[in-house]
Ligand binder design. Structure first.
Ligand code: UDP
Length: 235
């Protein structure tokens, strides 16, 4: 197996599927199936999921919301998505649990590194919700933090593009894809892999990031089997 323990970052926005808002049940169950598949292969899986399909703090700040309250709303949105994913994993027969960075029992147990690791070692998929638990962060930083804490071998960033490109492939048809790239190059070229704080954290703590298209069913398994379908960001 290519990686023994992974941190999978899923964006909230992808969860909305074709709907443009909220949670698309088809996309949700596809994600759950893909996660179950690799968990059944023996991979230890931690997941951080975003909330952009429901609310982003910055959006609110633009409309006169208090930034901290807006970010708290965003973190609650990640809890909603986490519960949806947990439920879909359960329906697929995949043992899992939700941990929360903000106390909200009985929705999920309060996160600690050790609870997460023990559960993964028992074969449960662990969904770590509410990002870092603090405002002014994103779930990208939440994933870097949790990935480093749980000692993951890699952070898999599941997106709707199949890797890191020289320019935005949705805008520039001449853009080409990197199969691997260093953190320094990403920073120097200002490539938008993740937000800056998240990139720096991964770089400082030597956590590689693998960017791939999670919206194509079967891709997560391909990554685990070593197929070069995305971009590796490394030191
Ligand atoms: N958020 C936060 N702290 C965190 C993680 C998330 O305040 O540690 C808030 C922030 O407002 C963010 C929202 O939750 O905009 C949803 O997360 P994100 O934008 O990362 O979701 P995604 O873009 O991955 O769907």
């Amino acid at each position: 197996m290519r990686f023994k323990r992974i941190l999978l970052k899923l964006s909230g926005e992808s969860l909305q599927g074709e709907q443009g808002y909220g949670i698309d049940p088809k996309r949700l169950s596809e994600y759950a199936q893909q996660v179950k598949e690799i968990r059944d292969m023996g991979v230890q899986v931690g997941i951080v999921i975003g909330g952009g399909n429901i609310f982003r703090g910055l959006q609110g700040a633009g409309k006169g919301f208090d930034r901290v309250k807006g970010d708290q709303m965003g973190m609650l949105a990640t809890a909603i998505n986490s519960l949806a994913l947990s439920s879909a994993l359960g329906a697929a027969g995949c043992p899992n649990r939700v941990l929360t960075a903000i106390r909200m029992e009985p929705i999920g147990e309060f996160y600690t590194k050790w609870k997460a690791i023990e559960a993964m070692e028992r074969g449960e998929v662990v969904i770590m919700s509410c990002g870092t638990g603090s405002p002014y962060f994103t779930t990208d930083t939440g994933s870097s933090l949790r990935g480093i804490e749980i000692e993951a071998d890699v952070m898999l960033k599941g997106t709707r593009v199949d890797g890191v490109y020289t320019a935005d492939p949705e805008k520039d048809p001449t853009a080409t894809k990197y199969s691997s790239i260093t953190y320094d190059e990403v920073l120097e070229k200002k490539l938008r892999v993740m937000d800056l704080s998240a990139i720096c954290m991964c770089q400082d703590n030597n956590l590689p990031i693998y960017v791939f298209n999670m919206d194509i069913v079967g891709n997560l398994k391909k990554v685990m089997e070593g197929e070069e379908i995305g971009t590796l960001v490394h030191n």
